[in-house]
Design a protein around this ligand. Structure first.
Ligand SMILES: C[S@@+](CC[C@H](N)C(=O)[O-])C[C@H]1O[C@@H](n2cnc3c(N)ncnc32)[C@H](O)[C@@H]1O
Length: 273
């Protein structure tokens, strides 16, 4: 099955509007950001936006991930030195496979973004993991940075028996997605849900008669990780241009604010098809 189609969560801004948003965010003083309560604004401005990638990731000397992070909940892994730059986001990936039987696992990271999650899981769990993402520039970037791994712009879902949806739950709503999945596939999902999307998601699971093996509210652990991440960004990346760090911070602060006001919650689901 080719994973294509519009991302329903992402509205389109014109280039001019987007440039204005970035210019406005980048211009704000770094030190004022944490203090000023960020309003729920600019919903289009998220880390998946192609322009964010172009301006703040592609040619920048850092390797961020696009998820919200997760506070360390277990001591199963000590992060390697090279992975201590984005500890919350890497831990969020590692948490996906905790307590999952990996014998014979063929894993696909659906919405693998900038590719680091695939690399992390392969290295720490010593399992086969491929990535698929609709954005061909992300896939190219992932291939260049992690040449030992497979990243695709389309994939046969039925070739895999564990599908990961790390902050890419919306892909599950694509028409006919479930028709291309093999029986007894494990779906591991971690994402933020509004009350509406939570209900739609649960309905979908019920309609498909899937078996929900785990449902966990991780909101608090995600908020802790995000707060730590944001508070330490400047020191962790003091060689990166301040307006780049600042823009990243703004995007994530906006997301954190959605959690703080109770607008959304982060859940993890493990589902057997
Ligand atoms: C929030 S990002 C998460 C990326 C990555 N999982 C991470 O945590 O760093 C969501 C990703 O899903 C991708 N995506 C959106 N719609 C998709 C689709 N239909 N098929 C595959 N990937 C898709 C986006 O391009 C984006 O890279």
């Amino acid at each position: 099955m080719q994973l294509t189609g519009p991302n329903p969560i992402m509205n389109e801004l014109t280039q001019k509007e987007l440039d204005e948003v970035f210019a406005r965010l980048g211009a704000q003083a770094e030190d004022n950001i944490r203090e000023s309560k960020v309003k729920p604004m600019d919903p289009v401005l998220n880390l998946s936006h192609p322009d964010f990638f172009e301006q703040y990731v592609k040619n920048v000397n850092w390797k961020p991930l696009q998820n919200h992070g997760l506070e360390q909940l277990h001591n199963k892994f000590n992060l390697e030195t090279n992975d201590q730059d984005w500890p919350g986001q890497i831990n969020a990936y590692l948490d996906l496979l905790v307590d999952i039987n990996l014998d014979g696992a063929k894993i696909l990271d659906v919405g693998s973004g900038w590719g680091r999650g695939v690399d992390v899981l392969k290295r720490y769990y010593n399992v086969g993991v491929d990535g698929v993402d609709i954005n061909k520039d992300f896939v190219e970037y992932a291939k260049t940075n992690y040449p030992n791994n497979n990243y695709f712009t389309s994939a046969e879902l039925k070739d895999y028996n564990i599908l990961l949806f790390m902050d890419s739950m919306h892909v599950m709503f694509e028409p006919k997605l479930f028709h291309s999945i093999a029986p007894d596939t494990l779906l591991v999902v971690s994402d933020f849900f509004t009350p509406d999307t939570y209900e739609q998601f649960k309905n979908m699971i019920n309609i498909e008669k899937f078996n929900c093996l785990l449902e966990k509210d991780n909101t608090e652990a995600v908020m802790k990780a995000m707060t730590r991440d944001l508070d330490t960004l400047k020191t962790r990346f003091n060689s990166i241009e301040p307006h780049i760090v600042s823009t990243f911070k703004h995007v994530q602060l906006n997301r954190l604010h959605q959690f703080e006001i109770g607008h959304s919650k982060q859940y993890k689901f493990v589902i057997q098809t």
